[in-house]
Ligand binder design. Sequence first.
Ligand SMILES: [Zn+2]
Length: 452
Amino acid sequence: MNITTNIKRNILAPICYGLVGNSVLKQKKYEKYLINFEYCERDKVINYQTKKLKELFIHSYKNIPYYRTLFGKLHLDPYKHDSIKILKQLPYLTKDIISADLKLFKLNNYNRCDLRATSGTSGRSLQFYWDRKDEYKHYASDQRFYHYAGYERGVVNAYFWGHAEDFKRARKIKGKVKNFIDNILYFNSYMINEDVMYDYYRKLSNYKEYIIYGFPSSIYFFVKFLFKNNFILYKPITVLTTAEKLYKYQRELIEKYFNCKVFSLYGCQEIGTLGSECECHNGFHLDETHHIFEIEKINSLGQKKGRLVVTSLINYAMPFIRYILDDIGELCSGMCSCGRTSLKLINLEGRVTDFIVDEEENLINFGFFTDIFEFSKGIDKFKIYQKQKGKIDILIVKNMHFDQTELDYILNRIKDLSGDRLNIKYKFVDYIKTSNSGKHQPVKSEIASKYI
Ligand SMILES: [Zn+2]
């Protein structure tokens, strides 16, 4: 560890975090507690969650207008009734319900919270309140997951990110101090192109010890650029991806170039980091100290698969109870090969908008398309867009190796494998815009949610 990192981590960070009531000592102590929790027997986890849920229900019943009305309507008494049974009787909470009247969800006369908004990658941005009271818990939880990958805060962090709200926060004094102490180098993934990537390459080539963090699509395009130009960087400690599904082909290329393992994190802006891959890389260990997880089953996707539903036990400023996410996957219990007993999210299939609907209303997962395009040498980027069932438009950015016969082969393969139930149109473009948050979503359907 170099001297600058040492000073920032061991002197400046404890002082600055302490000044804003987020003591580093408290974070570290709490992290140990979280780690122990990951190896607990199931009945202890359930007992803990039941107790915390009761506290959350009583708080919500007393102080949050939406839940006071809901509990009354359903004749539920959080003081008397079993909290897990109550949970199962509550309706799912959706973005639409929250957006209809946000003030019904906020704790009155409470100022230790921020009004934030999600990036709206899934089509809808959501405003929500973030509770700052227990910020150390979020820090400790994130750090625990970072440790899976060998990342300790303070090491140079090449941060491939794009969410405009986060950039705004980073430009304020508090954000600047935080980024200085945590050694964050912001690489704006919203504006990524060859000139920008060359600049990123030059900046990163100054560092021998660093990690890479951020959107897998941006990191993948950066690595492709490095490969193409035979640019060499020092091996990073690790690569952590988040905020998007990490595709198999992205993982393979990134690991090949950097010669290190990629760890995927899972979370959402409104609740925080929910889980991470361990060294076994076969699903996400979920944070059960702070959240309760369920699956809203979707029969068309099989017995166990469905949308992930989360109840946050720590945001008292705006309780999220049975909040439904757009991500589709399965929950898996039992001990992992790493020894942890925490619940895992497996077979994450991406978001509802990542599915394409064919002529007969079958759902086709995005992986189907990315697997087919993966081996193309002449296509730099593609985006599949759907507005009507059975029809897709493909935008293609080609490069100097492009060969029409290769594209014809890809299109025929899509037709064959989909049973000729997709009408395909394509066009060449110079550039594919990322979303407002800087993410690249290779498959996007405007209609899939109607069929799931
Ligand atoms: Zn594990």
